[in-house]
Design a protein around this ligand. Sequence first.
Ligand SMILES: C[S@@+](CC[C@H](N)C(=O)[O-])C[C@H]1O[C@@H](n2cnc3c(N)ncnc32)[C@H](O)[C@@H]1O
Ligand code: SF4
Length: 450
Amino acid sequence: MMKEMGAVMLAMRKCGAGLRRCLPWSRYILRYMSAGMTGRKIPAAPLPSEEASLYVHWPYCLKRCSYCNFNKYISRDVNHAEMRACLQLETEALLRVSQVSRITSVFFGGGTPSLAPPSTIAAILETVARRADLPVDAEVTLEINPTPMGLASLEEFRLAGVNRFSIGVQSLHDEALRVFGRDHNSQDALHTIAEAQRLCPGRVSVDVIFGRPGQTVEFWEAELNELLSACDDHVSLYQLTLERGTRLFKQVEAGQLTMPGDDVTAHMYESARRILGKRGFLQYEVSNFARNGAVSSHNISYWRAGQYLGVGPGAHGRFIPHQEGAILREAWTQTLEPDVWMKEVRCRGHGTRRRIQLGHLALLEEVLAMGLRLVEGVSHQLWKEFSPDADLQQVFGRSTEVQDLQKRGLLVLDDRGLRCSWGGLALLDSVLPPLLLQLQAYHDHQGASG
Ligand SMILES: C[S@@+](CC[C@H](N)C(=O)[O-])C[C@H]1O[C@@H](n2cnc3c(N)ncnc32)[C@H](O)[C@@H]1O
Ligand code: SF4
């Protein structure tokens, strides 16, 4: 059991510059076809495939944190004018190639996007609003590092159009922040939370990392309770992942620091869920908890396999390049290195390094893997949008492995859909593989018999 619990926690990693998700291509085709076949007018509201969320990656940081392997660069002389122009150009290019006409939410992530001039954030939002419909109430999130310097610009970001802040608190323990190599202390974090809450009440999230070297369960519980007394209505909880190539990885390899065992981190996760629940935070995803309904609509759209555009160095996207006549969703990845990316954007409008067409099975795998991260799981309705010919019961209902997961109380398949139980969510990394194997077996069997 403990071994299983240890395997779990990978699911709690932060998904980076471009969460994976998929697109309702079948929904698009069905709606489009039926409109054409019956001669009905195409509805005025955009078809789902004409909608997307937008992720914008800001690749620069002031300092390298000891645990982080995100796509980030430490640069003292960022060419802000060029970055802004290229982010605008690439936004326009991806809107054009996808033919997306409505952006439902925007997320500025990094790196440290709170180092971008607020005028850059405003310019990108203006570009979106010029080229697509950006509803006035669309969620616009900015990740911020809680440094005293950053505090001063929060109001300007708000004026630029940001209406949600996601603050990288990581810990309220100053020694831990030092080990992490952060450029702020716990007081800075508390001031930033207060100021962000003043500017966007009810729309402030905090990121916190657990399972760090030397942390005990008791210490973690005290720290979380302190954070919950100070924070707003949204918490993202990440288990520390030891990433190869990071300073932390080397320190642990050299025996200078020791990571807590799997059983300890499993215990920390469970106690955090319990504490958050008691304090009124409902879990809606493996790592995400919200009070007063303050869920992130942007992130939910990834987990419900919505379409998204990814702009900026190393960003990922999932959309149909309609302009090229495509009907299948593709996974797009932008060039990682900012200087190379800028040259490519100047040369051809976008710095796309890789495009992969997602076949039907790959798409369903994403729907399943992303959807099961949500407490609500994969509803019958969502599944049908991607798999009109085989419902959840047909694909998973007869599998003995799936029945076994149900008997063990880890998985539920009922009239609402397919989802993890409370215990199953903590073991998602063990629950998912048999489901993916079953999906593949069903797909292969249909292919062979069809
Ligand atoms: C993309 S990072 C950037 C956010 C911002 N630059 C910051 O540091 O606050 C987003 C979040 O991922 C989480 N994260 C990054 N690396 C991690 C790791 N190795 N293990 C667990 N969480 C990690 C942190 O909680 C961080 O706030
Ligand atoms: S500030 Fe954020 S993105 Fe930059 S190195 Fe630290 S954790 Fe990574």
